[in-house]
Design a protein around this ligand. Sequence first.
Ligand code: PEP
Ligand code: MG
Length: 365
Amino acid sequence: LSFVTVHGSVNSHTAILARTMSIPALIGTDIPLTDAIDGKLGIVDGRNGCIYVDPDEDTLSKMQQLKQEEQEKKELLQTLKGRENITIDGKKIMLYANIGNSKDLAAVLQNDAGGIGLFRSEFLYLERETFPTEEEQFQIYRTVAETMAGKPVIIRTLDIGADKKCDYFEMEPEENPAMGCRAIRICLTRPEIFKTQLRALYRASAYGQIAIMFPMIISVKEVKQIKVIIEEVKEELREAQIPFREDVELGIMIETPAAVMMSRELAKEVDFFSVGTNDLTQYTLAIDRQNQKLDAFYDPHHPAVLAMIRMAAENAHAEGKWIGICGELGADLELTEEFLSMGLDELSVSPAMVLPLRKKIRESK
Ligand code: PEP
Ligand code: MG
């Protein structure tokens, strides 16, 4: 129903997955870890960060009332299903959902997302003890593509590293894992792992509207290296007469300041950008997103972060490419109007945020 932790940060993947799955969660609380609360009823209020242990009758009925009101608000939002994501003065925006695995698809459909803007494929690797085979991955990507029935499904290649550690990758311990061998850096240094995933993705492309996105990019050189590997994968599939789509869209995450600064050049190489504001904030502000003590300094509304998004958007558009946001900031209703004014083409958010965001867009100019 919910969970409460003493450690961790609201920007960690545990918190992000809780949002994806609509589980009320309190992270980094000072709840006492003693037997005193064992077996007692607890009410978690995710809106104001309170937990009520062993509540009295009054609190219980007040909270039940609040729960009822929340439910009614949700039901009201259901009337927005099937409606366009269009502002009062006619600007349209694509509104997609983020998922961590195929079990999240039900929530995506229930909330009427226009597609999947970020499938964090590394969770396929994290939930097991050995590398997923090409066939296993293919089946999952195919299921997602088919379930979305022709709607776009943007699958991010594995972003292992930092807080997403996977023992069987046998990575050497690092002093500074957030700046270490993670994501595309693993893929480019261990191409056998990368190629297995790319083969599975290209095979699945025959069954829906799959696009592939690469995390933690810092240079044009990396994108060119990726393209060489993709060509090898395509050639192998052609030779084996395995069907795939030749024109799978390729995009990159904009989540490092380097990618922002190089965004004009990078835009010439790819079909789209998706801004990873969680990491972009971490690397722009030099604040470890995992460090709970720094949550007060971790300001995703920082003007430097917003200027970075604006710059990437201008450069994407200058090259005729589209740009979205798939980091948590995309769901921040206080910034929706600013994102619209930057001309962002897409926002991808946790499934439960799709309808509230549609409401906000429809009320914006
Ligand atoms: C991001 O960095 O904003 C992002 C979407 O990727 P992740 O949170 O998985 O690092
Ligand atoms: Mg990231």
